[in-house]
Write a protein that binds this ligand. Structure first.
Ligand code: SF4
Length: 471
């Protein structure tokens, strides 16, 4: 099989790993132009300092001996198979690098023969790159669960980042859909990499010519929607992984339906909105001081599709608001919808020299459209805002719903034609006047459950009014 055919097969098989985002652009060189882009296998990833770099994203092999039900590369799937030699990957990487197509390599693999055999080939590839070819570009490798720790230790001396994919968020899911994998075979290497990175930090400080071990840290990927795990289980797992394994990132990958396995859900599209909400919640865990069990509870085990997780938390916790912008702590500022890390820091700095008003907040980057309901400036509410729970909930839910309906490429499940005014007919109330709908809208019945939950949290009187929503 020629190299380009292999590249097409193995770049296509690698696209289900979301640690990098594919640029998806393909353009031929034009007369007089310089260079071209090649969609297969080139992806963009972001470094910790925010730079975007292009990586060659490929599998070493897709000829897997395992049969994970959710995976396109499973042994029982009838697809074209290919395997690169280490030398072929080195040639591709060096050639693409020289032509400025890429700045590094993202190398994963299916389990070829067994985990150690595959890991040895990955190790051989990156050693050839680093030692024989003196390649200094970025290298991200996947560690094959179950591979010997000596191979992992050696690979860590040549790779910038390593990741062991957990894939399924629960042990039960693993047993059902990936019976050849085990929790121990995944968490063992992850713990080993964590320990080596920590040991390496001490060595680096002592050594004159330090040898780095996976200096860009480790990450993992969780598949969302292939099992019945709810969002609170997924977020709690991510929280534990960040704390116990010092992961740099947990990536969430909406399950792409590629199999008719009876234990898999019958989806027609990947649950992209759910994936998006998990990334937002993950951000809150890492940078905003939230804990998983604040964002979700056993009563609310899934993220709200209508509202981003911070807005959803805020309207379920209105007793914390409003906060006075000129007095409240940095940690509390971070909890206000519409205020991010940058704007919170700017507020703290700016209020040392003057007392802030709403106009100042706009200049500092606060999104007043969201923050207006939760703050006061100099003891006053934003003009036109009623400090009334129904008003706040109604407007935020209405805004969230409008945004959701404008968003493209999102699957809502079964559609039903409804009007909020039909639903509220005969129930003259505060709520009727504060929900700003004037059009008939088309949304899935599941979404109404979230509208109902968001508007009625703790409010028996509104629950009664909205009961018809769910019938
Ligand atoms: S081991 Fe990896 S590549 Fe092989 S079937 Fe399972 S998930 Fe797919």
């Amino acid at each position: 099989m020629d190299l380009i055919r292999k590249l097409h097969i193995l770049a296509d098989s690698a696209k289900y790993d979301v640690s990098c985002v594919s640029s998806g652009s393909s353009r031929e060189n034009t007369p007089g132009g310089i260079g071209s882009t090649f969609s297969g296998g080139i992806c963009h990833t972001f470094t910790t300092d925010g730079r975007c770099i292009s990586l060659l994203k490929i599998l070493l092999s897709n000829a897997c001996t395992y049969d994970c039900a959710y995976c396109i590369n499973r042994i029982s799937n009838d697809i074209p198979r290919a395997t690169f030699t280490p030398e072929e990957i080195v040639d591709l990487t060096i050639n693409f690098y020289r032509r400025n197509y890429i700045e590094g390599l993202f190398l994963s693999s299916a389990v070829l023969k067994n985990p150690d055999y595959t890991m040895e080939l990955i190790l051989k590839t990156i050693k050839l790159l680093r030692i024989e070819n003196r390649f200094n570009g970025y290298i991200h490798i996947k560690v094959i669960p179950g591979a010997d720790s000596r191979l992992i230790e050696e690979a860590g001396m040549y790779a910038d980042r390593m990741s062991v994919n957990i894939e399924l968020p629960s042990n039960a899911g693993l047993k059902m859909l990936a019976p050849q994998k085990s929790k121990e075979a995944i968490l063992g290497p992850m713990g080993y990499i964590r320990n080596k990175i920590l040991e390496n930090r001490d060595d680096i400080q002592r050594a004159k010519k330090p040898v780095y071990f996976a200096p860009a840290g480790q990450s993992t990927q969780l598949i969302v929607g292939a099992t019945s795990d709810n969002d609170i289980n997924i977020l709690k797992l991510s929280e534990a992984l960040y704390k116990q394994y010092n992961l740099k990132r947990v990536f969430y990958s909406a399950y792409v339906p590629v199999s008719n396995h009876p234990a898999l859900p019958k989806l027609t599209k990947p649950p992209l909105l759910r994936e998006h909400r998990l990334y937002q919640a993950d951000w809150l865990l890492r940078f905003y001081g939230f804990r998983a069990n604040e964002l979700l509870t056993n009563e609310h085990p899934n993220l709200n599709p209508i509202l981003d997780p911070k807005c959803d938390w805020a309207i379920r916790n209105l007793h914390h608001f409003p906060v006075e912008i000129n007095k409240c702590s940095y940690n509390m500022l971070l909890r206000v919808p519409g205020i991010g890390v940058k704007s919170a820091k700017r507020i703290i700095d700016a209020r040392k020299v003057s007392t802030l008003d709403f106009e100042d907040l706009k200049k500092l980057g606060v999104v007043l459209k969201r923050a207006q309901y939760f703050i006061t400036c100099k003891g006053k509410y934003y003009p036109g805002i009623k400090m009334n729970e129904d008003f706040i909930k109604g407007n935020i839910v209405a805004d969230g719903l409008k945004t959701l309906l404008k968003t493209k490429n999102i699957s809502y499940g079964d559609y039903e034609q409804v009007s909020i005014f039909d639903l509220l007919q005969g129930n003259k109330s505060d709520l009727g006047s504060c929900v700003n709908f004037n059009n008939t809208i088309s949304i899935g019945v599941d979404i109404w459950k979230y509208v109902y939950d968001s508007l009625t949290s703790g409010r028996e009187s509104i629950k009664k009014q909205l009961k018809p929503l769910l019938s």
